[in-house]
Design a binder for this molecule. Structure first.
Ligand code: ADP
Ligand code: MG
Length: 226
């Protein structure tokens, strides 16, 4: 049995009489511990696929199986738990709470999960160490550089020890030096056994993954093993 499997996934957007097929019968398999890059032109459906995998949005057709179970049929409380505890999200725009400190930003998913104060502290300090920002925990998020903000968002994605990390163009707003720092971090997380799906515009960054999926017009055009 496959770990995660998207079967015949479809997503239609309707604007009046116009129908946009953002995902056109996509099949996609992911095994635990894999590092997969998704590439393709803007508008090819990469973010749509990731949002379906991450239970951020719902497909208009098809199914998503996690260890054989159709998660789209799960009740809402179970989906919320999966989003909070099994998936770590990293976005191009970071989505940090600007007036919160680094520590408070990383603490948010732990508060939702209901960890005690001391457990939260231990997890936050360990995540900060993982991303190399131990010295900045009391700094406000809006005082950080772009690269630091992305490292905080990765720490936040990691604190609940998710099974799956979804990153949608995490280096899209970063210069080459910070891109390298983030890409090295993903390399290390992959080495530690994390499952990573990375959307990127950069062929060079995609080559660091072990498998590359190219999307076009809502379809998987081809897959390459790297
Ligand atoms: N909320 C939406 N409403 C209408 N169309 C959308 C919406 N989100 C995405 N689309 C369309 O779906 C297609 C795929 O978009 P997206 O998944 O964001 O592509 P990518 O991430 O590869 O740039 C595009 O044609 C886009 O315009
Ligand atoms: Mg996108």
């Amino acid at each position: 049995m496959c770990w995660i499997e998207c079967k015949d996934l479809q997503k239609e957007y309707r604007c009046g009489s116009q129908v946009q097929m953002a995902l056109n019968h996509v099949n996609f398999k992911l095994e635990q511990g894999e590092y997969v890059a998704i590439v393709g032109r803007s508008g090819s459906g990469k973010s749509t696929l990731m949002n379906m995998l991450g239970l951020i949005d719902t497909p208009t057709g098809g199914s998503i199986l996690w260890k054989g179970e159709d998660i789209l049929r799960f009740p809402e409380y179970k989906k919320t738990r999966i989003r909070n505890q099994m998936i770590g999200y990293v976005f191009q725009a970071f989505y940090l709470e600007p007036s919160y400190t680094v520590y408070q930003n990383i603490e948010m998913p732990l508060l939702i999960a209901g960890y005690s104060r001391s457990e939260r502290r231990a997890r936050i300090l360990s995540a900060l160490q993982e991303v190399g920002l131990s010295g900045k925990k009391r700094q406000r998020a809006d005082s950080l550089s772009g690269g630091e903000k992305q490292r905080v968002s990765i720490a936040r994605a990691l604190v609940n020890q998710p099974e799956l990390i979804l990153a949608d163009e995490p280096c899209g707003n970063l210069d080459s030096e910070n891109t390298e720092i983030i890409m090295k971090l993903f390399d290390r997380l992959h080495g530690e056994g994390k499952t990573i799906v990375l959307i990127t515009h950069s062929q060079e960054d995609a080559e660091r993954a072990k498998r590359k999926i190219t999307m076009k017009d809502g379809c998987v055009l081809h897959e390459t093993l790297l």
